[in-house]
Design a protein around this ligand. Structure first.
Ligand SMILES: C[S@@+](CC[C@H](N)C(=O)[O-])C[C@H]1O[C@@H](n2cnc3c(N)ncnc32)[C@H](O)[C@@H]1O
Length: 219
């Protein structure tokens, strides 16, 4: 077994990073408070993951982005902020209440023209996008885990060489190395990591920020 070279983070180191590189954002704080007040689960990505997504979009000069699992728009705001002028994020959400709240906050963030919220089961909508021969420069997958292998396959269909595909919860709170037993979500995360590591249409790293985010580049 190889020796770990990374420095494990503690609260103080984590705060050091956030204080310098991920400034407080009053609009995002308001979004989180409203999400909580609406009794919508607080299952958005972490702030540093958000910054990471913004930077990836900028790095790949993304104009067209696709998100699977909008919730109330926290990650969507980060993605849309990283897109080029005239860029567009299409974000797919199954729950009307989540999507409506996201729309409200995209507007508040000045991102109305850069975002489109689609209320639909994500896999159905990805199939429609594929029929329309759409392709995206950046794709973020963060919805129900049991569809992750299918979302990944569709994401590759909806990509071009150089597209960045990212997936959240790939460490599953540290449980990814455990026996999944009856835990379906964990089993599908493990399966997806196996596919990601072997699929030769993409090159992937599991980056240990937040709950683990994979970054794949389509060859
Ligand atoms: C973890 S949350 C997304 C968090 C969001 N990406 C963020 O960081 O702000 C997952 C979202 O996926 C939605 N979802 C679950 N199953 C879905 C499906 N089959 N199609 C579309 N959305 C789905 C849930 O309603 C929930 O809002």
């Amino acid at each position: 077994m190889k020796k770990m070279k990374s420095v494990p983070l503690n609260e103080e180191l984590y705060n050091y990073i956030l204080e310098r590189f991920v400034p407080e954002d009053s609009l995002l704080n308001e979004l989180i408070s409203e999400t909580e007040a609406l009794n919508i689960p607080l299952i958005q990505i972490s702030p540093e993951q958000g910054k990471f997504l913004t930077l990836i979009c900028k790095l790949c000069n993304a104009k067209n982005a696709l998100e699977i699992g909008t919730l109330t728009g926290f990650s969507g705001i980060h993605i849309a902020r990283g897109l080029k002028e005239n860029g567009k994020l299409v974000t797919v959400e199954i729950e009307q209440k989540h999507g409506d709240t996201a729309k409200k906050y995209f507007e508040k963030a000045g991102l109305k023209d850069k975002t489109e919220v689609v209320i639909s089961p994500a896999l159905d909508y990805m199939k429609i996008l594929a029929e329309e021969n759409r392709s995206f420069d950046f794709i973020f997958i963060d919805a129900n885990k049991t569809n992750y292998p299918d979302y990944l396959e569709m994401a590759i269909k909806l990509s071009h060489p150089g597209t960045a595909i990212t997936m959240d919860n790939m460490i599953k709170n540290g449980r990814v190395i455990e026996d999944a037993g009856d835990d379906e979500d964990l089993r599908f995360i493990q399966l997806t990591n196996d596919i990601l590591s072997k699929d030769d249409r993409i090159e992937t790293l599991l980056v240990p920020i937040g709950d683990g985010i994979t970054l794949s580049v389509v060859k």
